[in-house]
Design a protein around this ligand. Structure first.
Ligand SMILES: [Fe+2]
Length: 511
């Protein structure tokens, strides 16, 4: 998408509108603040997210010593006033909104601003200031108005970024792609140090303890946010973020989870503090409203799901995995999704979620059920959702997935063991940013013969870039040549394969 074109189009109208309304610029002003002096408080960068047609969340978090194990990032126990401003232009010559918010240790010195009354489908720039320190500049945008004609949407999605297992070249690639949106589908942090050998670990955790307390979750998140490539990707576009298991603890669920109530509360609080999400996502103890929906004019809807918090406990046996009483979404979220399927305001319905949706049949037998931590393990739940979109005539359903540390492309059926059952949707699965899949062998020709709905698998690191128009979707499976190599000059980022999906038809095809 032409960055230059966007900006040229914007400048005429924006400059005229801002001339009358523009508040005074920061030049010559200084915040009055009695809090103890701090230095270099913007080491965690800036971010934006959850865009609506009239608003987008602006985020930062103050930390002058981000790696401190107490989770306070070296911030004194004091309240800091943080000024923010939003402008039409990168140089802040045309500021359209500004304000001041207070932040303290109670929210980990994080800042979430939700400016209202913005124009739809507009690019904006934002920055923060406290005690004379000015943050980096972020670029963001609002969503197009409901029902508005949209010619094109480009977004990238990513998941799984174990700190130790590689460098975040994928995020540099995302920033360079200049997307309108970025989706992150889980495992932003990992609760535990990598169990891999030294040859697969390229950098260390400042606080290697397993994250079990708010202090430890805060410190882990903070270390991630110090990464320059990750900061670049956050500053390039608004993000839509959901968590999976490792933001809390491996394979947790609603009932038999190893996550205690206190641990969930700590993990959710740190997640909220460190992500550019709306105040509607702010947790209440061990409860968080992660599932939510965003529209992109008449072109797309994003249904962001929570397949962790309400899921029944994982079971190993096939009868259990097919038990209709079990759920991966919980009944309220399932109803929320099925209700939305009843209206069709946009061409594309994207289900942004955590775990593999399509069946993966490892032995050609319907008597076995496969991987129990994904939708495979909640077959009745998957049936209800799939049948829901089929019966309600959802025009173009596409499931977006992370978790498995390999790229996959798949078509979706109601009966995966009947290879003539009609295709009813598609799934795009992103590989990891860094988390390794070493040891996973590529699917064999026999495996593909048992899974004719699965079109592609690739075990390198990377992300997926999607370009959607009213007529077609294109998915570019992006791969990083070597995520263990630190030097960007020695790393290439390219498209391995691309798949196309024509609106109104079913089935992925190679570009
Ligand atoms: Fe992962």
């Amino acid at each position: 998408m032409g960055q230059v074109n966007r900006r040229v189009v914007l400048l005429g109208g924006a400059a005229a509108a801002a001339g009358a309304l523009s508040p005074p610029s920061w030049a010559g002003t200084r915040t009055a603040n009695a809090a103890p002096p701090i230095r270099d408080p913007f080491q965690l960068g800036v971010a934006s997210g959850d865009p609506l047609p009239d608003s987008v969340v602006l985020w930062t978090r103050l930390a002058q010593a981000p790696l401190n194990p107490d989770g306070f990032g070296g911030m004194p126990d004091a309240t800091y006033d943080v000024e923010w401003e939003l402008a039409d232009d990168e140089t802040f010559g045309s500021v359209v909104r500004r304000g001041t918010v207070a932040t303290s240790r109670a929210q980990g010195h994080s800042v979430h601003v939700e400016p209202a009354g913005l124009d739809p489908a507009r690019e904006y720039f934002y920055r923060f200031r406290t005690q004379g320190h000015v943050s980096p500049v972020g670029r963001t945008r609002t969503a197009p108005a409901a029902g508005a004609a949209v010619n094109r949407l480009t977004y990238c999605f990513a998941s799984c970024q174990h700190w130790e297992e590689g460098w975040y070249h994928a995020h540099r690639g995302i920033a360079a792609d200049d997307p309108d949106l970025v989706l992150f589908l889980g495992d932003y942090i990992y609760e535990k140090p990598s169990g891999r050998g030294p040859e697969l670990r390229v950098r260390g955790l400042a606080v290697p303890d397993e994250t079990t307390t708010l202090a430890l979750y805060r410190a882990r998140h903070a270390q991630h946010k110090t990464d320059a490539d990750l900061q670049r990707a956050h500053a390039a576009a608004p993000w839509l973020v959901v968590f999976d298991d490792h933001e809390v603890v491996n394979n947790w669920n609603a009932t038999t989870s190893p996550a205690t109530t206190a641990r969930k509360a700590a993990a959710f609080q740190a997640f909220y503090e460190n992500m550019p999400v709306r105040s509607t996502v702010k947790p209440s103890g061990a409860s968080i409203r992660l599932y939510r929906r965003f529209g992109w004019g008449g072109l797309a809807r994003f249904h962001l799901l929570d397949t962790r918090q309400f899921r029944s406990a994982q079971v190993g046996d096939c009868a259990g995995m097919r038990d209709p009483a079990r759920t991966i979404t919980g009944s309220a979220q399932e109803r929320w999704l099925l209700d939305a399927f009843g209206s069709h305001p946009a061409t594309w319905d994207f289900l942004g979620q955590q775990v593999f949706f399509a069946q993966r049949d490892n032995d050609g037998s319907s008597a076995t059920c496969g991987y129990s931590d994904a939708w495979n393990g909640y077959e009745a739940s998957r049936d209800r959702i799939t049948r829901g979109w089929v019966e309600r005539g959802v025009p173009n359903p596409v499931v977006l997935t992370g978790d498995v540390h390999r790229h996959w492309a798949a078509d979706l059926r109601q009966d995966y063991f009947d290879h003539s059952d009609p295709i009813v949707g598609s799934e795009l699965v992103t590989t990891s940013v860094t988390s390794t899949s070493a040891g996973a062998s590529p699917p064999s020709p026999e495996w593909y013969a048992n899974n004719p709905h699965i079109k592609y698998c690739q075990g390198e690191r990377g992300y997926v870039r999607v370009t959607a128009t009213p007529a077609q979707l294109r998915a570019d499976f992006r791969v990083v040549s070597d995520a263990l190599e630190r030097d960007p000059a020695k790393v290439t980022i390219g498209t391995d394969v691309s798949f196309l999906l024509d609106a109104g038809t079913r089935g992925l095809r190679r570009a």
